[in-house]
Write a protein that binds this ligand. Structure first.
Ligand SMILES: *Cc1c(COP(=O)(O)O)cnc(C)c1O
Length: 354
């Protein structure tokens, strides 16, 4: 028998999801976002599954060096470089960087070498990026290196909220600020790819959708023709008969309203399963719909199997995957699929298929 708790990840699902991006953005290049260990799926294997992408985006330089020898694709440092040493390394390795502030522009200007770069505009997120005046200054500062400039980048703050005008306003600002300049343009994340075709420009930057999840509240990846790349499966390690009126788990937060058969699953917050998942969070046992009850503990969680008589010690449990959208689990835990993927711990065994 294999490990009790396994994340099974499908190469072909990730490759399929990239094809969905291509079909929505047939004229655009794809900067595939693989930061944070490929959204928790495993950096190197994700990069291999996405070898058809035009470039990769990572947040920190060590995520780029971790790909040494594993990819030929251009790697973009989405937060730029944080020191002269990092810039030396980025130039030596042939990475591209995002220049998101005048400090970064100065650092690059003063460096004897150069590397491909994007100038980043703050179109409304107020996180990274320059305003229009700063961007013009950076453009002037980097005059001697402009041959290496790829173009202009912006980032959307609310593209997942379909009923707001914010995305239109941020897109308009991006167009106004960049239209007088040469260079390629990129604005769209997954939500932009899926819902805002006017944000596609020359490059798109999908992340979450490559892993088969939806960035849009109330929808799942499958609704958009995506295939969830990860299936998180565990096993029942014990069964309890809990009498009406008895409580279960730490804090006795759940009391049985009638006699229950309870399955104990080998998965807990020590594996990255969210501790804040509420009673009622969906779980599959032997493929049958069940629900989490009581508090999630470090190594275990408990599920109601009263209506699943065939469920017994050794039964398979699906915590999320193709038949149980991670978006639903995230919703019950007051979070988003992104966080669930990223917080899986290294106690979870990873297995790659097809
Ligand atoms: C992470 C990231 C993306 C991808 O966002 P998703 O919502 O996962 O598609 C795009 N652009 C930037 C700058 C990012 O940091």
């Amino acid at each position: 028998m294999g490990p009790v708790l396994t994340a099974t990840i499908s190469t072909s699902a990730i490759a399929h999801n990239l094809k969905v991006v291509r079909s929505l953005c047939p004229r655009q290049k794809v900067l595939a976002m693989i930061k944070a260990d490929g959204y928790g799926h495993g950096l190197i294997n994700v990069a291999k599954a996405l070898s058809e992408a035009d470039a990769f985006g990572v947040a920190r330089i060590h995520e780029a060096t971790a790909l040494d020898g594993h990819t030929q694709n251009l790697i973009v440092l989405m937060e730029g470089v944080q020191s002269k040493e990092e810039l030396d390394l980025a130039c030596a390795k042939g990475y591209a960087m995002v220049v998101h502030s005048l400090d970064q522009a100065m650092m690059l200007k003063e460096h004897p070498q150069t590397l491909p770069f994007w100038l980043k505009l703050n179109v409304g997120m107020n996180r990274l990026g320059m305003d229009q005046a700063q961007a013009i200054l950076a453009w002037e500062l980097l005059k001697d290196k402009r041959h290496a400039m790829i173009g202009w980048m912006g980032h959307l703050a609310q593209a997942d909220e379909l009923d707001l005008s914010a995305t239109n306003e941020q897109t308009q600002r991006f167009v106004e600020w960049t239209q007088a300049f040469e260079g390629q343009r990129t604005l769209a994340n997954s939500a932009g790819v899926l819902h805002w075709s006017e944000t596609h420009f020359d490059w798109v930057r999908p992340g979450i959708m490559l892993y088969g999840a939806s960035p849009i509240e109330g929808t799942t990846g499958v609704d958009h023709g995506l295939r969830p790349a990860m299936e998180l499966n565990s096993t029942l390690i014990a069964v309890q008969h809990v009498k009406k009126g008895e409580a279960i788990g730490y804090g006795a937060t759940f009391t049985a309203a009638n006699d229950l058969r309870i399955g104990v699953v080998a998965a807990g917050y020590g594996d990255g399963y969210p501790r804040h998942a509420q009673t009622g969070t969906p779980v599959l046992v032997e493929g049958e719909p069940s629900r989490l009850v009581a508090r999630v503990s470090m190594d275990m969680l408990t599920v109601d199997i009263t209506h699943i008589p065939q469920a017994t010690v050794g039964s398979s449990v699906t915590l999320w995957g193709t038949d149980l959208p991670i978006e639903q689990v995230a919703h019950h835990a007051g979070t988003i699929s992104y966080e669930l993927y990223c917080q899986l711990t290294n106690r979870v065994h990873h297995q790659w298929i097809d």
